[in-house]
Design a protein around this ligand. Sequence first.
Ligand SMILES: *Cc1c(COP(=O)(O)O)cnc(C)c1O
Length: 403
Amino acid sequence: MQLRCFDEHCGTTLALHDPALACPACGGLLEVDVAATSVDAQALKKLWSERRSSRDPRDISGVWRYREFLPDYAASEVVTLGEGNTPLVRGHKTAAWAGVRDLQFKHLGWNPTGCFKDLGMTVGMTEAVHTGAKVVACASTGNTAASLAAYAARAGVTGRVYLPAGQVSLNKLAQALDFGAEVVEVEGSFDDALNTLLEKTGEGIYFLNSINPFRIEGQKTTMFELMDQLDWKAPDYLVVPGGNLGNSAAFSKAFDELLRYGFIDRAPRMIVVQAAGANPFAQLWRDGAEELTPVSEPETVATAIRIGNPRSWKKSLRGVRATGGQVLDVTDDEIAEAKAVIGRDGIGCEPASAATLAGLRKLRASGAVIEDASVVAILTGHVLKDTNFIIKAHQREEAHAHS
Ligand SMILES: *Cc1c(COP(=O)(O)O)cnc(C)c1O
């Protein structure tokens, strides 16, 4: 395995463990080039299935179980909290609300820190420790911070998180504090926090934002696990919320590899849903533009996707195009309504996750998705990630009822 520039016109390659954050030739994003030579898909499916009854911490992890497609580390190096292994939960009221018969949720909020960031963090932190890092850092809208803090604590390194001041859910901030991270508040948005962090290169800090290709590798395994759960038969649609677009970028890479090495014969159409107030990717899609125009002041109640300048848009776009998917946006009201319906199904999620159901309903209403379609929606964060949002929504409802 090696690192390769994602820009196909550049294609610069680096050693796998090179600490570069971006391509030294063109500044583009890097990705891990799996370049497997002999893959026996049937044998691996069987092996991965057998690992579910093993006691090896790497087999128990829903990420490292698929390690043939991950960078190779000694078993003792792997920093894991038993992430992954999240269930598929069938939607009932949600399916009726969206107008489809076959809806399942893959709930990544049921990870150790309540969010999918753990899936990338286990690989990113393992790589950080492998390279000898003592301080790891990220900019975050909250969930990456909570995850980094937990995995840094496990690894015994210093975790430092850059947060947009006053814009992070207290539940997420509390997690980062509980796990002992150093918290730096930055005036402005997530994008400002990320820029502040990126200026700190050369200070001996290992960066764990989703531009880090090792995080993408970990998040990629979500699709390995999902296809495994579906007996390697893709649903018609996969719906995922889009913020910085790391997760949809990771899924794109997974589909590419799963198809290339014969694990699946068809990928689901990938639908990326953004919030209307933070929708540069949806705008790009609508306009058929070739370059992304950032949104300078992103605004949405779904704070996890309040991002104006998503870094991984090219990687995500590759997957949307390759699978015949699309990108759309939904309003905060639509997100809030969808979130309440997910709650009534006994599932629950944080606001950003509910963008998926809102997006699906919108696509059904426009006729883009038919009633008989099979759909898997990705829920990205746990219901307890933003309790203030829930309490406020219900206080508003009460006030309404009494007025
Ligand atoms: C990080 C996050 C997202 C956005 O994912 P990206 O990879 O940035 O597109 C969505 N929902 C939740 C809950 C998140 O924490």
